[in-house]
Design a protein around this ligand. Sequence first.
Ligand code: M6R
Length: 612
Amino acid sequence: MCGIVGYTGPQSAITPLIEGLRRLEYRGYDSAGIALGTANRLFIEKRAGKLLNLESALTATPPVANSGIGHTRWATHGGPTDRNAHPHVDNEGKLAVIHNGIIENYTQLRADLEARGHVFTSETDTESVAHLLSDLRKSHNGDLSAAMREAVKSLRGSFTLLAIHADQPEVIVGVRRNSPLVVGLGNKENFLASDVAAFIDYTKRAVELGQDEVVTITPVGIEITDLEGNKLVPKEYEITWDSSAAQKGGFTHFMLKEIFEQPKAVADTLLGRINADDHIVLDELHLTNDEIKSLKKIVVLACGTAFHAGMIAKYAIEKWAQITVEVELASEFRYRDPLVDSQTLVIAISQSGETMDTLMALRHAKSLGARILAVCNTNSSTIPRESDAVLYTHAGPEIAVASTKAFLTQVIAVYLIGLHLAQTRGVMTGHQVREIFEEMSELPAKIEQILETVEPLRELTRGFKDSNSVLFLGRHVGFPVALEGALKLKELAYMHAEGFAGGELKHGPIALIEEGTPVIAILPFGHEHGLDEKMLSNVQEVKARGARVIVIAREGAEVTGAEHIIRIPSASSLLQPILATVPLQVFAYEMAVVRGNDVDQPRNLAKSVTVE
Ligand code: M6R
């Protein structure tokens, strides 16, 4: 959950490091720091709070150096103070380390190191690595790479580590275990970072690192080895997106930009997914037709917003493919004894591809024999790499911590999987698949239509800014939409918000309603199963108890009891989450703005949750 960047080359390191940290701040923003390799000594500056604090400190004493490492932190061990900010140094102040992840055995390591005379200055798990590396470097005749290989053997947990030493400041050494690290190959300069966004302005050539691989970069080359020191061939790839995708492009916030990118993201995810014979094309699925036919069930594993996409998947896949779908929070699945075997397909949904809970659940399922299909937005990230197959969503980089376009494209991706399974299992004909696909292809224009008419919704939102609590009600696929609306509001507006299944209202939640409580009811289903009518009864029930009700309803739907109606274009019920979610994203966004919150970097959160 921290962002890490390293640079070595001919230019002043401070610029690529600070720019890189700015691009990685979405990963954590409790503190930021850098270590620069100046002749025979390291220049260290670190500050609690956002990157801006570090930048202000650096303006007073602008250092000159051609290499360095930088870190932006989401605190785990030790509070977000200057002292606990990374980099951490050894007692000579010559070796600096930055870290993303958790060193699980740091208590023992620290005790051993203190017994050997090392003096600690922070409460972090990371500092123990700085002291350990310092000792090991000495016993390896000053070879920092060899020291890193040795150190990693005694570390437990998940980590990306970068280290630099004042005696050879042009050399930066990194390693990864269950946490991301990529190499950027420049012209007489090289980079290391948690995410390619950090160096995309400088190079589009990147190299993946595998588990427990140690990389050493200098201005003129890179070397990758395993923990035994055996050299490995770098796996180079080209970054396909442009640096403008990681900029705000005239929007006030990344989140707003990403909300407005949704029509394109959905269209891109659908692109080329059906062939002339009406077959869904999922080249990445890697399951034979026989394997698909013999599947007994599907288990969807995910966290947060991605979990809500998984909940929607259940409605669609069970209806279309006639196969049981279980949806489970990855963090819960991991610690159970689930009934999963080789006839189970696990769909792991993750925007980042780095979420530790999802990764651990995936490994658990794999160990039980399940086949794993990842739905992911980040190329070459850990979850797709450890899966049997991957279906990439084409949302482009999502920078705002609150997930928007990734969610919509995750729903599209799982729908494509559902259609493919239905067709392969002989439950749906090509004609039926084509019909649904064509309706899905109309969604980008419909989202566009919603976005063109959000101004009244933004104004309406501002009127609720002092509410204590907002409740969301939905039924059928509207239930996960309600949960998603509530999650967005919690994380952005810091308001109490809950999503409920409309049918559950009378079983307890209705007690929360008091005079003036805002309730947002999602009513996008038509008369299928009489659900519109049932939801309208819920609206009357809460209204009778003083609630102020906003209803999200498709065009033409009859609505009674609402104080405000937000209309969305019509679509068949299973496709409506893609549309109904958009006004809820705008509601949460506007609420955060009017309450003066940091929209793109909400308090206590990080984009990518790489610790359990
Ligand atoms: O990268 P992932 O999709 O695995 O992330 C999962 C959740 O952490 C994420 O969706 C989180 O809930 C969002 N911040 C919600 O907006």
